[in-house]
Design a protein around this ligand. Sequence first.
Ligand SMILES: Nc1ncnc2c1ncn2[C@@H]1O[C@H](COP(=O)(O)OP(=O)(O)O)[C@@H](O)[C@H]1O
Ligand SMILES: [Mg+2]
Length: 365
Amino acid sequence: MTLLYAGLMSGTSLDGIDAVLVEASPGGRLRAHHHQPLPAPLRAELLALNQAGGPNELARAAMAARDLAEAYAEALAALLRAAGVPAPAVRAVGAHGQTVRHQPALGYTVQLLDASRLAERGGIDVVADLRSRDVAAGGQGAPLVPAFHAARFGQAGTPRAVLNLGGIANLTLLGADGSVRGFDTGPANALMDHWVERQLGLPFDADGRWAAAGRVHTGLLTALRDEPYFSLPPPKSTGRDLFDAAWLDARLVHGPGATPQDVMATLAALTASTVADALQAHAPGTRWLRVCGGGARNAHLMQRIREALPGVDVQDTGAEGVAPEHVEAWAFAWLAQAFVERRAGNLPAVTGAAGPRLLGALYPA
Ligand SMILES: Nc1ncnc2c1ncn2[C@@H]1O[C@H](COP(=O)(O)OP(=O)(O)O)[C@@H](O)[C@H]1O
Ligand SMILES: [Mg+2]
């Protein structure tokens, strides 16, 4: 019988939970995917908890972790229903939780999730808290997806790159020699979603159509690109701790005359240009880039990335048979498998950890 693993991912975009059911690697295929939006009050509370300084944070964090576990359990149940698979057939579920703080330099990263509750509801072994051990070993705890990108998309002899456009963008560099590097390049959907929400009351800019009709404001783009994070050497990772509404607001003064739509176009240009800079700086010979994450559905952003990288074959991961919204959740199912098989999940060359480490904590069914 084929061993099955589930992955449950909710990223910094806070759009919802991506759940996948996959066959064990290597060579496993995806059996089912389910996307479940976060309940609006929970989403709002998680966003609020991303900001330091609110009242009674400890109790609110615990309650949000509890509610998120219930939402994860629903997503998992819906996934298994869609696949027609009973819970005992799944060996383990890798559950990411919701990042509300990410400060690896201070020795911590916080992913909220009441994993005990998910084990209680789901009846499947849960592997959670997948980032802390890498941070304890001196690493960034992020990105964790490059090892999976290498396993799934790598090809010996050819330099390749994989870009995940989530709330934050992260780039994986697969060297022709089999080396794997990776780091967060900077903001992607988190700032764009915030802006379109604030200006139009929409959760995101479908296909980037609104941005596409705006004009890039050069002065504003320069001010945004002036952020020191972009020129920091890897290993590096970031999140809403840095790239939040306040970060954007502090720079809007540099965009006199920019309409809200121009700001949106400029934010898309920021993501495209910081990704292109990162690729050119760290892997200039790469001519093959595959894009995953929800941002791969943003046609305007994809177009901007292509323009910023002439000569590079830029397509979404669908071209390799894996839909863009499946990749990250699959990576966490893959990390759960690594845990079960007692294999290291991190790549020290990516995260900067002192060595390979077993990632995650087990919450038995
Ligand atoms: N059709 C689309 N057009 C533009 N943007 C999209 C589209 N579909 C998804 N997105 C973007 O992708 C985001 C979700 O991406 P995701 O990979 O789940 O990020 P995260 O891992 O941060 O949750 C949404 O918030 C939205 O910004
Ligand atoms: Mg998401």
